[in-house]
Design a protein around this ligand. Structure first.
Ligand code: HEC
Length: 118
């Protein structure tokens, strides 16, 4: 292997180290959402049948226990919080996955945004 190749290999390796933790966290949340059919009714930043996950994050980001609450409603469903259409329970989502999704949803707002209570 010539020197340029080694340098290329090293820089590829270094850049993958920098990018991967963030990409991984994003992917895990999105992969879960996709695999659990949430995106049939939700989008990250636009209203569909249900509220956008960004709005959900804005509403609950400042609330104590917001993540636990979200993990609960993801599995049990919700009604009367956003409009006339209720969200059906999602029993196919494990407690652990619901918790991971809730955590990911709350990362959609910046910490500064968490000051504003809605
Ligand atoms: C059949 C359509 C549908 C599916 C599938 C669905 N949702 Fe919803 N979701 C809704 C609707 C409608 C609401 C608004 C309910 C309300 O007004 O309380 C909602 C509300 C929510 C809320 C806010 C709840 C609250 O109390 O404020 C979260 C969080 C949420 N959904 C996450 C998810 C996740 C995660 C999934 C996938 C596991 C999912 N939803 C699947 C329709 C759906």
């Amino acid at each position: 292997m010539g020197l340029p190749r080694i340098i290329l290999a090293m820089s590829l390796y270094a850049s993958s180290l920098v990018v991967s933790p963030f990409a991984l966290a994003q992917q895990t949340g999105e992969e879960l959402l996709r695999s659990k059919a949430c995106l049939g009714c939700h989008q990250v930043d636009a209203k569909r049948l249900g509220p956008s996950f960004t709005l959900v994050a804005q509403r609950y980001g400042a609330v104590d226990g917001g993540q636990d609450y979200l993990a609960l409603v993801i599995r049990q469903g919700s009604r009367g919080r956003w409009g006339a259409v209720p969200m059906p329970a999602q029993p196919q989502v494990s407690e652990q996955d619901a918790n991971a999704i809730a955590q990911w949803i709350l990362t959609l707002v910046e910490p500064e945004g968490k000051q504003e209570r809605q």
